[in-house]
Design a protein around this ligand. Structure first.
Ligand SMILES: Cc1ncc(COP(=O)(O)O)c(C=O)c1O
Length: 434
């Protein structure tokens, strides 16, 4: 007779809408975590190279961070933003320090979706324009508006599509599979210019914003090449709009700098962050230039946004990232991981491309390097094989053929080598079965 819990795990998840989409055929039920490792309810250990989708960048149950979270629980849990608290004030000051120059006005919320949604609303109020441009294969969340900006499975799949909500979808910079059939750098980032052309053709002179992830995470770890974000910034400004940089996935040291946008020659008008911000406690924010933030003068309110617990967790996380030099460690560890993956690619035709920055890495699997036919089934099997060998990795891309790797930024060299060994063995098993 199965227990109630077994019954719930093996039914169709209709009672858990959020958990309907599982990574494995046989769901993995987790019990606890400790820094780079997770443990299931049977006590099996997994080296976690996905970090709860790029969230626990400082490790699971990080003792230093958790001590400060626990202290805050005993001190003050909730007040609402009708009142100020020390953690809220300190966090706002800290965000101004760690974000690129010129960004100073913070709006604290609870999730990445809410933050992107708020950033777009702010852009619309500031500019008086409606149209927002998002990119093919972009992922910005699951509120009504951010879902309209999300184009991972093709805009046609969205019930209330981009058009209804003032969203225009532009060409992305997927150089491995250029949507325009061009080649970088000779193309001069023609994908960005094509957005200009399309907007002209649609008679749209003015936009509220272009919203873009410098690295499209869910879309398949697609990295904006040098010059891409710079062109989008120019186009947004030329049409009286602002540039919203969505760093919900790439922020907080993962790519080798606190924010990956620092690696480009741009000045984001609004920077959106979430996920790793509080190492697993829900917290997100959008930080705007002062003159843009000023656009919202009417009362704006969030019951939980910037609550003392989330703010204390975010402060502890940011301190830990800086005190332990995690961006530099991510850059070094990323080089080792990427070099190891390149070695693996030398021994198989299944790997089409390895890309990423720091410890935000993607491995695109193809059936044939010449045709680049996406190897979605193999991606699924590889993720499964890794699990069986005690390694957790993610997958992404519209065909599920891009293995997403994002371990804790504290990962050691020997743990990276272990992950590579498992990936190697798993690749071989998948290849034999193909
Ligand atoms: C780039 C990006 N923006 C926004 C979101 C939405 O964040 P959340 O799931 O916290 O609402 C995500 C989530 O994966 C994301 O990757």
């Amino acid at each position: 007779m199965p227990s109630d819990r077994d019954h719930l795990i093996h039914r169709d998840f209709s009672l858990m809408a959020q958990a309907r989409h599982q990574l494995y055929d046989e769901p993995l039920v987790l019990a606890r975590g400790s820094m780079e490792y997770l443990y299931d309810t049977d006590g099996n250990e997994y080296l976690d190279c996905f970090s709860g989708i790029m969230v626990t960048s400082c490790g699971h149950a990080n003792p230093e961070i958790n001590a400060r979270i626990k202290a805050q629980v005993d001190l003050l849990l909730h007040t609402s933003t009708f009142y100020l608290t020390e953690p809220l004030l300190d966090l706002v000051a800290r965000l101004e320090e760690i974000t690129p120059a010129g960004l100073s006005r913070s709006f604290l919320v609870n999730s990445g979706s809410e933050a992107v949604d708020g950033a777009i609303l702010l852009a619309r109020e500031h500019t008086g324009n409606e149209v927002v441009v998002s990119l093919q294969l972009g992922y910005h969340g699951r509120t009504l508006l951010t879902e309209a900006c999300t184009n991972v499975s093709g805009a046609d799949d969205i019930p209330f599509g981009p058009d209804d909500l003032g969203v225009a979808v532009g060409c992305n910079a997927y150089c491995y599979r250029c949507p325009l059939g061009l080649e970088y750098p000779g193309c001069g980032v023609g994908c960005a210019d094509s957005i200009d052309t399309e907007l002209d053709a649609a008679g749209i002179d003015r936009v509220a914003a272009i919203v873009v992830e410098p690295i499209q995470g869910v879309g398949g770890v697609i990295v904006s090449p040098p010059g891409h974000l710079e062109s989008l910034e120019r186009i947004a400004h030329a049409r009286d709009g602002v540039l919203i940089i969505d760093e919900v996935q790439s922020g907080f040291g993962r790519t080798g700098t606190m924010f990956v946008s620092e690696q480009y020659d741009i000045s984001p008008d609004i920077l959106v962050m979430g996920k790793a911000m509080a190492n697993g406690v829900p917290a997100a924010a959008y930080v705007a230039r002062d003159d843009i933030g000023e656009a919202i003068q009417r009362p704006t309110f969030s019951t939980y946004g910037g609550n003392p617990l989330a703010s204390a967790a975010a402060l502890a996380t940011i301190d830990y990232i800086i005190d332990n030099d995690l961006p530099a460690r991510a850059a070094r560890a990323g080089q080792r991981f990427e070099a190891g993956l390149a070695d693996l690619a030398g021994g198989t035709d299944l790997i089409g491309e390895i890309r990423g920055r720091g410890l935000f890495l993607g491995v695109e699997l193809v059936r044939d390097p010449a045709t680049k036919e996406p190897a979605g089934d193999q991606g699924l099997r590889l993720v499964q094989q890794c699990r069986e060998r005690g390694l957790i990795v993610g997958k992404s891309g519209p065909h599920g053929n891009v293995i997403r790797i994002g371990p804790a930024l504290t990962i050691s060299d020997s743990q990276i080598d272990r992950a590579l060994e498992v990936l190697d063995a798993s690749l071989r098993t998948v290849e034999i079965a193909s």
